[in-house]
Design a protein around this ligand. Structure first.
Ligand code: RM4
Ligand code: MN
Length: 388
């Protein structure tokens, strides 16, 4: 039997971290469509993120991206966030938008470029000290486009050296999260293309280095829940970047393309006891809302993650274990599918009502008038986006 009270308590305690860049303009290489009311600076991005927390009650932290969220006074930004009921979360580094990085950043053949990239990463740790952010998230666009372009092994050596320099700078309680991605912008080799590469570097670095699983960063058909189960067993899963993909790194709303996959991932999380904050897994969104409104896009994503989590919590694990041990293939599958096929929306409505929230966050936000207010207020200035 599933313990509904325990499931509700776990859902009430769940937290999902929002990406600041989801509130700015984004698009494809073909077009960035602007939207009225889009934030013009990090302060306004955090104000919008706070709305998502206000209506869902489970999104109390916001990831920053440096330099997109560069400000003069990070302690002041942290105070601003606290005043709005949220806190600053992971610091995301950026070593992919400078002309110097055409052939790579920390894996570049030129030591001067490598030094510049490492200096940026060290600066990100300084920012973590100022904001109280616990984690540095590293994603590298490094790689090559053509066979023979650079030496694959040398690039791994450079990667290891740079990572260990940054790792040595981490303070107590600070972590380094190494994200992998199959391809793009590099089309032949990528220097951190998969979980195995990230895992191997993190194991060498030590306890404070963990792997980030961005759900959009795999080849089609990859069994992501297996990767999650493996990394959790090794205590090396530091965070998720949740999003959906139909083709490549689409950055669509999590749970939109494949809610069943999200459920299977969350089942492995529940199975490992890793919903518990003590497990140290940060559940983040990494999404871009190119055509849909941004704040509702984030609210919907949070709700999708909650629904997958609720279904995962409803799996009758005793019955599943019994069926698995008995070799009852169809019985075991049926236990899992029963949970997946449960309509958990009434349960989540109760969890929200218990917190004093409106049971329908999408409708409550729409009624709040916030979208019209920011569209009227935020005139002039330059809307935030990639590179802002
Ligand atoms: C990258 C990667 C990072 C994110 C940036 C914006 O593709 O997924 O996590 O910080 O995009
Ligand atoms: Mn990501």
């Amino acid at each position: 039997m599933t313990d509904i009270a325990a499931a509700k308590a776990a859902l009430a305690a769940q937290t999902i971290e929002l990406p600041s860049w989801a509130f700015g303009n984004s698009g494809t290489r073909f077009k960035v469509f602007t939207q009225p009311g889009v934030p013009r600076d990090p302060y306004e991005k955090i104000a919008d993120a706070a709305q998502v927390h206000r209506f869902t009650g489970v999104a109390p932290t916001v990831s920053l991206h440096i330099p997109w969220d560069k400000v003069d006074d990070y302690a002041d930004l942290a105070t601003h966030a606290k005043g709005l009921g949220v806190e600053l979360g992971v610091i995301n580094s950026n070593t992919f938008q400078d002309d110097d990085y055409r052939l790579g950043s920390i894996c570049h053949a030129d030591p001067a470029v490598r030094r510049k990239a490492v200096d940026h990463l060290l600066e990100c740790v300084d920012i973590m000290d100022a904001t109280g952010s616990p984690d540095l998230k590293l994603w590298f666009a490094d790689g090559t486009n053509y066979p023979g372009q650079d030496d694959i092994r040398d690039r791994q050596d450079r990667l290891a050296e740079a990572l260990s320099r940054v790792y040595a700078r981490l303070g107590d309680g600070q972590r380094m999260l190494l994200e992998y991605k199959l391809f793009e912008p590099a089309f032949y080799t990528t220097d951190v293309p998969d979980w195995g590469t990230s895992f191997a570097h993190c194991v060498r670095l030590g306890e404070q280095a963990k792997v980030v699983v961005d759900t959009g960063h795999h080849a089609p058909g990859t069994n992501i829940e297996f990767i999650v189960a493996f990394l959790l067993r090794e205590r090396k899963l530091g965070a998720f970047d949740f999003n959906s993909r139909f083709y490549a790194d689409d950055d669509l709303m999590v749970g939109a393309a494949d809610p069943f996959q999200l459920f299977r991932i969350m089942y492995e999380v529940v199975r490992a006891g890793a919903l518990d904050p003590a497990a140290g897994v940060n559940f983040m969104l990494d999404q871009c809302h190119n055509i849909e409104p941004k704040i509702p896009g984030q609210i919907r994503s949070v709700m999708n993650a909650q629904e997958a989590t609720a279904k995962a919590l409803l799996v009758d694990r005793d019955a599943l274990r019994a069926a698995q041990r008995a070799g009852d293939v169809l019985g075991a599958n049926a236990v899992l599918m029963d949970a997946y096929n449960t309509d958990v929306r009434p349960l989540l409505a109760e969890v929200r009502a218990d917190k004093g929230l409106d049971p329908d966050p999408m409708a409550a936000y729409a009624r709040s008038g916030y979208a019209a207010a920011i569209a009227a207020e935020r005139v002039g200035g330059r809307q935030a986006g990639w590179g802002a």
